[in-house]
Design a binder for this molecule. Sequence first.
Ligand SMILES: Nc1ncnc2c1ncn2[C@@H]1O[C@H](COP(=O)(O)OP(=O)(O)O)[C@@H](O)[C@H]1O
Ligand SMILES: O=C(O)C1=C[C@@H](OP(=O)(O)O)[C@@H](O)[C@H](O)C1
Ligand SMILES: [Mg+2]
Length: 175
Amino acid sequence: MGRHQRNIVLIGMPGSGKSTIGVLLAKALAMGFIDTDLLIQADQGQTLQAIADEHGYQYFRNVEEKVLCQLEVCGQVISTGGSSVYSDRAMRHLRQNGLVVFLDVPLAAVRERIGDYSLRGISRRPGQSLDDLFQERYQLYARYADITVDGDLGSQGEVCEEVLHALPPLVTGGV
Ligand SMILES: Nc1ncnc2c1ncn2[C@@H]1O[C@H](COP(=O)(O)OP(=O)(O)O)[C@@H](O)[C@H]1O
Ligand SMILES: O=C(O)C1=C[C@@H](OP(=O)(O)O)[C@@H](O)[C@H](O)C1
Ligand SMILES: [Mg+2]
């Protein structure tokens, strides 16, 4: 267990940097690291893409909710998948012992980073555009965020530094 009891939970669009910056944060704060996408894959014994292809996006979201609600950890940086905010139950659970950080990245940068949208396993309604998805989700990320950080201000290291500066002293222990 890390010396920081409270978790740090990263939320945001796919491509906003949750997984890569989460690892950097965990290293900087000597905390553990969990990527909930990997927990979902382990739970199902399938890749995210296979789960979505075989069972559909609604099934994926149900599994995601279940896995998030089962998570009982402390002192971890938790990188969620972009669709986790669709579950109010899961977000309330994560917030009980976690500070939620929204990595806010504009649509153009998201589009550039994720490449071919249709091959990325994104949980969306059939035919839903990235534009529409972005609008739908933005308000959810904003709703659950304790802190919002510009995830497009520079390199991953710079975004990590920005998150560190934005954390309250209780979480960083003065780092
Ligand atoms: N600040 C950044 N500047 C440029 N590219 C970034 C930045 N943060 C993340 N990326 C890139 O965006 C892609 C998605 O990052 P990832 O951490 O997997 O995002 P998420 O987990 O939010 O989907 C990766 O190729 C990563 O290298
Ligand atoms: O936003 C989404 O719908 C998804 C994002 C992915 O995680 P990242 O946000 O880490 O890319 C993964 O959970 C799954 O492919 C669905
Ligand atoms: Mg990720």
